[in-house]
Design a binder for this molecule. Sequence first.
Ligand SMILES: *[C@@H]1O[C@H](CO)[C@@H](O)[C@H](O)[C@H]1NC(C)=O
Ligand SMILES: *[C@@H]1O[C@H](CO)[C@@H](O)[C@H](O)[C@H]1NC(C)=O
Ligand SMILES: *[C@@H]1O[C@H](CO)[C@@H](O)[C@H](O)[C@H]1NC(C)=O
Ligand SMILES: *[C@@H]1O[C@H](CO)[C@@H](O)[C@H](O)[C@H]1NC(C)=O
Ligand SMILES: *[C@@H]1O[C@H](CO)[C@@H](O)[C@H](O)[C@H]1NC(C)=O
Length: 425
Amino acid sequence: MASLSSRTLILLTLLSLAATIQSHNITDILSAFPDYSLYNSYLTQTRLADEINTHQTITVLVFNNAAISALAAKHPLSVIKNALSLHVLLDYYDAPKLHKISDGSVLTTTLYQTTGHAPGNLGFVNITDLQGGKVGFGSAAPGSKLDSSYTKSVKQIPYNISVLEISAPVIAPGILTAPAPSASDINITALLEKAGAKKFASLIVSTGVIKTYQSAADKGLTIFAPNDEAFKAKGVPDLSKLTNAELVSILQYHAIAGYSPIGSLKTSKAPISTLATNGAGKYDLTVTTAGDQVTLHTGVGSSRVADTVLDSTPVAIFTVDNVLLPSELFGKSPSPAPGPAPVSAPSPAPVLAPGPASVEAPSPLAASPPAPPSETPGGAPADAPSAESANSTSGNGAGHVASPALLMTVLVTLSAAAISSIVLS
Ligand SMILES: *[C@@H]1O[C@H](CO)[C@@H](O)[C@H](O)[C@H]1NC(C)=O
Ligand SMILES: *[C@@H]1O[C@H](CO)[C@@H](O)[C@H](O)[C@H]1NC(C)=O
Ligand SMILES: *[C@@H]1O[C@H](CO)[C@@H](O)[C@H](O)[C@H]1NC(C)=O
Ligand SMILES: *[C@@H]1O[C@H](CO)[C@@H](O)[C@H](O)[C@H]1NC(C)=O
Ligand SMILES: *[C@@H]1O[C@H](CO)[C@@H](O)[C@H](O)[C@H]1NC(C)=O
């Protein structure tokens, strides 16, 4: 019974992982075209590449190195990101479709529209089939000209991704002149307070962790701020009983160096280091994605990534539903009873129990399973409880504490195997 349900859950988890395996890689596609190397580089720098890869039906309008260097020379990365996101159409257009637009003209939604930065219809692009076989592109804002035109097809994977070259960037009114706060201008605490994370904001100020955040911000920073409800949840340790060093570690654990907007979180595979990381594999977070839902796993519990508070290159701030409790501090059941974070359903317990299912699952799927079985300490049969789980099983219902990392290792290995078998076939 238990093993059946854990098997089902594992399969579901694998399926949801499989669903997020990308069907295309824009960086790879463009790398074959030196004319777009700069464009490609900006897609990487702005993390738009990740966003593009997570969309199943998409058209990217590219322009050559000369055109993008003219655009990029005068603007910070956050502005370049907005400008480029207007060139990512959330629909599939190849050359035949461009010439078959009904009534000759259409407004199509772009990635820029989904950022919430685009007022009115500034996030739409007007595609018009002009006379003489020419296709014009322009901003959908009233009064805009069709300043850019289709020049050639670059690459198509029907009907997933199409890359088309256009003659010049499509510029929406105001997109280049919108104020672009530099990282040092961003008032992190003010944003957090406004987003309903007052408690977290006050903690980072009182402990001085805000300074760590601020000094990291210029080079890129991503913050996961628990909302005020998260601190009231059952199972959250009494912060006043922690040492200052522990509290600092927890707060540093809620941020990662580098800019990781939601698309990048969705595509991240390996465990990610946090600002608390003080050695290989320490204070890591693992990310899983199911559809649009991104979940962070600490090894003790997990938390949904709730809202985007700020996405402005190089800083991203999110709210999360639960306080993230690092296994380094809470691996051994922080408070008696119900286990640390009130994990959002489904509870990890059944999945993570090191039962036979978690061991048998790999074999039919991974033809040449490299790691999983050998990861069991001392080469013991993998279905025997490991030393760690034996210890924590005695520890009052928190028996699964040490196991999420193991499960994630298995899942990551499996999905890596799945990806390589897809790539190789
Ligand atoms: C996409 O392709 C690039 C270049 O080939 C590679 O470096 C990168 O790892 C790939 N990204 C993913 C998510 O596979
Ligand atoms: C697209 O732009 C052209 C030229 O400004 C305009 O005539 C046309 O109505 C626009 N199309 C749509 C669907 O708004
Ligand atoms: C297009 O995407 C779908 C869904 O990700 C995938 O099943 C299909 O194989 C892709 N098509 C191609 C030609 O890659
Ligand atoms: C940031 O905002 C807070 C209010 O949340 C305010 O107290 C503080 O002075 C602001 N800091 C700066 C540098 O403006
Ligand atoms: C398990 O408990 C034993 C004895 O208490 C201890 O020596 C060992 O280090 C513990 N192992 C882990 C992984 O905590």
